[in-house]
Design a protein around this ligand. Structure first.
Ligand SMILES: NC(=O)C1=CN([C@@H]2O[C@H](COP(=O)(O)OP(=O)(O)OC[C@H]3O[C@@H](n4cnc5c(N)ncnc54)[C@H](O)[C@@H]3O)[C@@H](O)[C@H]2O)[C@@H](O)CC1
Ligand SMILES: Nc1ncnc2c1ncn2[C@@H]1O[C@H](COP(=O)(O)OP(=O)(O)O)[C@@H](O)[C@H]1O
Length: 592
């Protein structure tokens, strides 16, 4: 369900625990070890999903006229249920059975099932050798649910466009959490046909409903990966037992639709792989008796121009404007002199210094409370020397540090050189705040991997980055991941695995140049404000404020006061330069 950002801002939405497939299997095993029966659990799952399907369908069909619900269409709904050979398919067979009992017209399409048993339906039901999926299939077949094999050439050739196949509701029970590798061709074909059949069922006045059992088939529950962009496009996902990590990061966000939980088994002690965050921490109001020095001094080091190549002054401008928009007290920008004029035109509140004035910049590092380094910093050898010099100065002075973009590029190359700065940084980050903000391309370089490898398992990638370099990390992208360093941890904290957070806000309008510079600015701006509590100026708070600001710009209903503040832009055409105004707005809305 799309939650308007206003509710994210104002409601007390708790973090949602997210789990991997392996963890959900472990929960099931814990449950069965207590003596509970697996087929009973499947029946319970299917029964609850059936009730949801009926309710969702009629809710969609109904309109409220003068407070009275009226239906558009009184004929029995048609449902097409696509089942695979595993337990997800078992759920599908039982849903077919229950919906047929409820009077629905049911058609089951099987994929990857060789033999459908239609005799001795209840024989051997208790035998351990009969899998739950087979038991479910036997029940549905014995109840005369009609079914058809997808593999039958007749189906593939004639039925895709056949109007008889069209349904009001499509249920995807091909794969659940068992999908762990790229799809073989028959499944790929089946998923593509499913999406096509759904599309051809849509009419001008009616949109067929797609419901995924547990997770849309094609989407990997533990990673959010979809292979070759082939997955079921669901309107609603009925998520069984525990919320899957893959529904909220990467491709999951494009395929899952609204996610409804069906918990089935009570509380588990298994620690989630991540927590989904939708809401920023409320900010405390400022003391009236305060001055600019109370809110910190941010030094942005970036915005370089290498002779004969493109300039990157915009990166420093965007980062500094965003840091100021969070409420930082003072700002100095160390950028190439060529950009000082442009910077002061757009941000007269900032002070400037030449990026190459090493003595001057190092003096300012002493003065500043936070340095953010790397945005448009340049990647040549001279820039690398400056990077090392400024990093060492910042560490000597005990400053909070944000490293982004070209700063991360240099860090990766220093790791290859086995330069002492990397070790120093890891050690330093155990006592001081250091935030590193790569996207997957930058993370790949830092880990000496391909981008595809990082994307395949973003959770593993962010953990590896933190292990190698220390500090707090965000791995940017749809559903950014955040892993924060605990400063001077107790022995207990050291042993305990840290939480990874998933950012549940933000939108694809933010996939545009300069948005990362904005995030570094927000991160530095918050860190500078020492009147705020640790949670209020953490890296995850920065990522949330950044995402919420993007949402404020894209969703008109996002903030009640938008009527007066014309912030609405929409996804296409949103620019990084639009963000500071929205950041200010979010800062205001979350101040309590
Ligand atoms: N075990 C239980 O008690 C419950 C399980 N439930 C359902 O069971 C599902 C999990 O069932 P399964 O573990 O059988 O897994 P699936 O039904 O998701 O997958 C089944 C099979 O597909 C194979 N497979 C994986 N990737 C493939 C690919 N790319 N191409 C071809 N075959 C591939 C796997 O090896 C496995 O044999 C859950 O998602 C949920 O829907 C629910 O009924 C709740 C209770
Ligand atoms: N589809 C999306 N959904 C949510 N956030 C996004 C999306 N695309 C980009 N963003 C966010 O926008 C920012 C882009 O950063 P980055 O790729 O570093 O941009 P640049 O290098 O141009 O500054 C990140 O914080 C990222 O998480």
């Amino acid at each position: 369900m799309h939650i308007p950002p206003s509710s994210r801002l104002l409601q007390n939405t708790k973090p949602v625990a997210l789990y991997s497939s392996q963890q959900v299997y472990a929960m099931e095993q814990e449950w069965f070890a207590q003596g509970y029966d697996s087929f009973a659990l499947m029946q319970q799952a299917a029964w609850q999903m059936t009730q949801h399907i009926i309710n969702i369908y009629y809710q969609k069909q109904s309109c409220i006229a003068n407070g009275v619900a009226c239906r558009h269409d009184d004929r029995q709904p048609r449902v097409s249920i696509w089942v695979g050979s595993g337990n997800n398919g078992g759920d599908g067979w039982l849903i077919a059975h229950y919906l047929q009992q409820a009077g629905w017209q049911v058609q089951v399409i099987t994929v990857g099932i060789e033999n459908i048993e239609n005799s001795n339906a209840f024989a051997d039901m208790d035998s351990a050798v009969v899998s739950d999926a087979i038991k479910a299939q036997r029940m549905a077949v014995a109840a005369y649910c009609s079914y058809q094999r997808f593999e039958d050439s007749e189906f593939v050739l004639h039925n895709q466009e056949n109007r008889l196949m069209q349904a009001d509701v499509y249920v995807d029970a091909l794969f659940g959490i068992g999908l762990d590798r790229a799809l073989t061709s028959i499944y790929k074909q089946a998923i593509q046909s499913f999406n096509q059949v759904v599309k051809s069922s849509h009419t001008l006045s009616k949109h067929a409903l797609v419901i995924a059992v547990d997770i849309p088939s094609g989407l990997v529950a533990s990673t959010g990966q979809v292979f070759e962009q082939v997955a079921i496009q669901a309107d609603v996902t009925l998520c069984l037992i525990a919320r899957k990590f893959g529904l909220h990061t990467k491709d999951g966000m494009d395929y899952a639709g609204e996610v409804l939980d069906i918990p089935l088994i009570p509380y588990t002690k298994i620690k989630p792989v991540a927590l989904l965050l939708n809401r920023a921490h409320g900010l405390s109001v400022r003391r009236q008796n305060s001055y600019k020095g109370s809110y910190g001094h941010v030094l942005i080091i970036g915005g370089n121009r290498i002779d004969g190549s493109q300039g990157m002054g915009g990166a420093a401008i965007l980062a500094s404007a965003s840091a100021m928009a969070t409420g930082a007290g003072k700002m100095t920008v160390a950028c190439h002199q060529a950009f000082h004029g442009a910077l002061l035109t757009s941000l007269p509140d900032a002070m400037t210094i030449d990026l190459h004035d090493q003595k001057g910049v190092k003096h300012l590092i002493k003065e500043a409370s936070v340095i953010a380094i790397g945005m448009g910093f340049g990647r040549d050898e001279t820039a690398k020397v400056l990077f090392i010099d400024y990093m060492q100065a910042a560490m000597t002075e005990g400053k909070s540090i944000v490293i982004d973009a070209d700063g991360l590029y240099h860090l990766a190359s220093l790791q290859i050189d086995k330069h002492s700065v990397v070790g120093q940084l890891r050690e330093y980050s155990t006592k001081h705040k250091v935030c590193l903000t790569p996207h997957s391309g930058e993370a790949a370089r830092l880990l000496d991997k391909s981008v595809a490898e990082v994307e395949m398992d973003r959770l593993a990638a962010i953990k590896q980055c933190a292990d190698i370099y220390g500090g707090s990390w965000v791995l940017k992208g749809a559903g950014s991941l955040i892993l924060e360093q605990v400063l001077e941890p107790t022995l207990e904290q050291e042993l305990e695995e840290r939480h990874v957070y998933v950012c549940g806000v933000g939108n694809a309008g933010m996939a545009t140049a300069g948005m990362g510079d904005v995030l570094s600015g927000v991160t530095a701006g918050l860190l500078a404000q020492q009147d705020l509590a640790d949670d209020q100026r953490s890296l995850r708070q920065a990522v949330l404020i950044h995402g919420l600001a993007g949402d404020v710009l894209v969703h008109q209903q996002s903030c009640p006061s938008n009527k007066n503040v014309s912030l609405f832009i929409g996804e296409r055409g949103l620019q990084a330069q639009d963000m500071p105004a929205a950041i200010r707005h979010v800062m205001h809305l979350i101040t309590i």
